[in-house]
Design a protein around this ligand. Structure first.
Ligand SMILES: Cc1cc2nc3c(=O)[nH]c(=O)nc-3n(C[C@H](O)[C@H](O)[C@H](O)COP(=O)(O)O)c2cc1C
Length: 185
C-alpha cells in the first residue's frame, strides 16, 4: 500500500482557552480535546493569555507577543474555546487576536472554534467574524455549546450529543489542516 506522507506527518496544534477562570469549562474542553487527538498530533496549550499586555498599535512588539505570534505561526492549526461575557468575546482573547492582526499570525491558518457558556451564541458569531477579518481558515470547524456546565462532569464532556459534535469538530479540523498542507505543496 502506498504511504501518504501528508497524512502520516506530525500535526502541531495550539489550543487556546478564552477563559482564565479556575475550573473553567472552556479550559476543561481544551484539555479534553487534547485527549481525543490521534497520536500523530502534538497538542500544546497556550498559557500566557492573561499575561499579554493590553494591545496598542506600537512600533515595538513585546517579547511575549512575539512568542504568541511564533507559537501560532508554528502550529498547523489553532483551536480556540471561548465563553461569552456581556454578549461578547472575552477581552483577554480579543486582546490576543488584536495583537495578531498586524503580525498576520492567523493568515490562512486552519482554526477550529468552540463557544461554550450559558448561551455563548453571540460570542460565537462575533469570533467567527473576527476570524474572517484575520483571514483564518475556519470552514465548518465551529461549534456552539450552550448550557455547557450541564454537559460536563469532572472536566469531561458527559453529554453524548455534545461528545459526538466535539469529535466531529476535531475530525473536520484535522481534515482542514491536511487540506491546507496539500494546498501548500
Ligand atoms: C461577567 C460575566 C458575564 C457573562 N455574560 C454571559 C453572556 O453574555 N452570555 C452567556 O452565554 N454567558 C455569560 N456568562 C456566563 C458564562 O458563559 C459562564 O460562566 C461560562 O461557564 C464561563 O466559561 P468558563 O466556564 O470557561 O469560565 C457570563 C459570566 C460572567 C462571569
Amino acid at each position: 500500500m502506498q504511504k501518504d506522507p501528508i497524512k502520516k506527518d506530525i500535526i502541531n496544534i495550539l489550543a487556546i482557552s478564552g477563559s482564565l477562570r479556575i475550573n473553567s469549562s472552556n479550559t476543561s474542553i481544551v484539555n479534553f480535546i487534547g485527549s481525543l487527538m490521534p497520536t500523530h498530533c502534538k497538542y500544546f496549550i497556550y498559557n500566557e493569555l492573561g499575561d499579554l499586555p493590553h494591545f496598542n498599535d506600537a512600533a515595538e512588539i513585546p517579547a511575549i507577543v512575539n512568542r504568541f505570534h511564533q507559537q501560532v505561526t508554528e502550529a498547523d492549526g489553532v483551536l480556540i474555546c471561548t465563553p461569552e461575557y456581556a454578549f461578547g468575546v472575552p477581552g483577554v482573547l480579543k486582546n490576543a487576536i488584536d495583537w495578531a492582526v498586524g503580525l498576520g499570525s492567523f493568515d490562512r491558518k486552519p482554526v477550529a472554534m468552540i463557544s461554550a457558556g450559558t448561551g455563548a451564541d453571540k460570542a460565537h458569531a462575533s469570533l467567527l467574524l473576527t476570524l474572517q477579518a484575520i483571514n483564518a481558515d475556519v470552514k465548518d470547524a465551529a461549534l456552539n455549546i450552550p448550557f455547557v456546565r450541564s454537559k460536563m462532569n469532572d472536566g469531561k464532556i458527559t453529554d453524548e450529543t455534545t461528545l459526538k459534535a466535539v469529535q466531529n469538530l476535531v475530525d473536520i479540523f484535522l481534515k482542514n489542516i491536511i487540506a491546507s498542507r496539500e494546498a501548500a505543496y
